[in-house]
Design a protein around this ligand. Sequence first.
Ligand code: SF4
Length: 183
Amino acid sequence: MEKIRMGISACLLGESVRYDGGHARDRYVTDILGQYMDFVPVCPEMEAGLGVPREPIRLEGDPGAPRVITINTKRDLTDTMTTWAERRVGELEKENLCGFIFKSKSPSSGMERVKVYTEKGTSVKKGVGVFAKAFMDRFPRIPVEEDGRLHDPRLRENFIERIFALNRWRRMLEGKPEFRFPL
Ligand code: SF4
């Protein structure tokens, strides 16, 4: 049977794309969900040209409209990241994704509660990663979750149900057979 198409933050698959050359492989995602899902990896910071290793970035300013700033040299990468994110979510239209798994806490990929810093260095957990926001704005009906929340059984079950419901709906419209997940 065809696997379900899912977007995912690339570091969760074990790709060495984090700012320090590391990754954040999630075994539940790769070893369990990977049996049923075909992942489309996205690393916003790599794809926007920041490279590896790179200076880490963070969100600063107004939590409702934060800037993307490099931590040490204070370069403002907001335009670079937002322009790239808008283009990338446009490309993802063609991928027929039934969901997206984001890396939590990231200023690029975090889905919620990302730290936004003030000039004085204090922070509030009210931000959304630049790419995650662009994705959720473009695809409000596609189920999304973060890696950490997937380890909560109730949140995980809810997420998987929504993914399979969307996939079932699309397959029905295409006249293709239903795919069942052995929960
Ligand atoms: S959290 Fe996002 S930007 Fe950071 S390494 Fe993972 S995929 Fe790349």
